[in-house]
Design a protein around this ligand. Structure first.
Ligand SMILES: [Ca+2]
Ligand SMILES: [Ca+2]
Length: 406
């Protein structure tokens, strides 16, 4: 809204004092000033342009002054006498700026009598802007491939905290946050395949906050990838202590060949032989068809992953062994199987396994036989007995033939 300050009342004394006798034959220009009611918004220590309406004949005569200011502030205003001025202040709050002009252009032509002036005021609100954050673009990597993240933020106030966190993750992920979790620059490692949604959040000294998200797509490239997790995922000890925390140790096994009791031999990829860089040598002389166990999780709930980049065209058998409870009870194990792609071919479980006094007495769940297909993909044949999962004690699996090939 525009407010017109028409000051005929102020003009009257000027007219009556005879100050403009030199221009007696010239029509008087009505002096008027336009000040907006709209509050001008600025930010601390940043210039803001102010404008009012000044009659053309007075445009070099405007006087801009700050009449109300925030305690302790040092506002500044700069003008060349025209209808525009530049304002800046260092503190948040409300300021009043007065613009004053002579009542008419010929004010100095008179007899030294009192000079009539007109003025109006405008309001300026200086307000700090809260943080605005920017996240890195979404990115696609393979599982366990680290991603360097840089979150950016801008704002007027001091930043009190920044944090990276896992906002969403595939089922079975341990949801470990980027490292360090309290810095703008951090590194994240997706522990399993799927979409990991990361949140970057910034809070300033005034409590204002902003957040943004980056999705890390972890897409497996292996011809066969098996992920094992057990309940409840993401509560490994001692990294994330809590009520649900325990250090149960369940192990993933991948057997080449089906039917023979070859568990815990070099026909079985497991923690005892499959984690180091040398690994096992299966198939032909190339490394592509050799198995690898990414992680042996001994203090919580997985995941454990076994991969073969280019598996052979033969059956592999998947086993889950509850090695040691470490004081925890039975665990519900889940397997997720990928073959040449981002989408799981199969999910098996959850199946409850139990640990006993020795690892050899612990449950071994013979979960499924998997046949990689020549054109990519796999055939997954879950193993069942009596309508339920096929579970034996490990000692039995080591000495007797297992279920037959599909
Ligand atoms: Ca383990
Ligand atoms: Ca090989």
């Amino acid at each position: 809204m525009i407010r017109r300050v028409a000051l005929l009342a102020l003009l009257a004394p000027g007219l009556s004092c005879g100050a403009r006798t030199g221009l007696a034959d010239q029509a008087y220009e009505p002096a008027s000033l336009y000040c907006t009611d709209t509050v001008f918004l600025g930010r601390p220590d940043r210039e803001i342009s102010l404008i009012v309406g000044v009659p053309r004949a007075l445009r070099s005569l405007a006087r801009w002054t700050i009449t109300e200011q925030v305690a302790g502030s040092t506002p500044q205003i700069r003008s060349d006498g025209g209808e525009r001025a530049v304002f800046q202040s260092d503190r948040e709050g409300r300021y009043t700026v007065r613009v004053t002009v002579p009542a008419a252009a010929d004010r100095d032509a008179g007899d030294g009598g009192p000079t009539a002036e007109i003025s109006c005021t405008i309001a300026v609100e200086v307000r700090a802007a809260g943080p605005v954050v920017t996240c890195p673009a979404d990115i696609t990597v393979t599982p366990l491939q680290p991603v360097d993240l840089v979150g950016r933020s801008s704002g007027d106030r001091t930043i009190r905290s920044v944090a990276w966190a896992v906002d969403g993750a595939p089922a079975g992920s341990a949801r470990r946050p980027p490292v360090p979790p309290d810095a703008a620059t951090a590194r994240f490692t997706p522990d399993i395949a799927g979409d990991h949604r990361l949140r970057f959040r910034v809070i300033d000294a005034d409590g204002a906050s902003d957040e943004c998200f980056t999705i890390v797509h972890a897409v497996p490239r292996e011809g066969l990838r098996v992920e094992l997790s057990w309940d409840p995922p993401g509560t490994s000890c001692p990294r994330e202590p809590g009520a649900a925390c325990d250090s149960s140790d369940v192990d993933l096994h991948l057997l080449q060949g089906v039917g023979d009791p070859n568990w815990r031999t070099d026909n079985d990829c497991y923690y005892g032989n499959c984690t180091n860089s040398a690994g096992l040598r299966w198939g032909n002389t190339t490394l592509d068809d050799d198995p690898h166990l990414d992680i042996d999780d001994v203090t919580g709930h997985g995941p454990e992953n076994i991969n073969i980049f280019r598996p052979s065209a033969r059956y592999y058998r998947l086993g889950v062994h509850y090695y040691s409870a470490h004081g925890a009870g039975p665990q519900a194990a889940t397997l997720t199987i990928y073959c040449n792609g981002p989408t799981p071919i199969a999910r098996l479980g959850p199946v409850t396994v139990t640990a006993r006094s020795t690892p050899e007495e612990g449950d071994l769940w013979m979960a499924a036989d998997v046949l990689p297909l020549p054109g990519g993909g796999c055939r997954v044949a879950p193993i069942a007995r009596g309508g339920g999962p096929w579970i034996v004690r490990q000692t039995e699996a080591l000495t007797t033939a297992g279920p037959p090939a599909p």
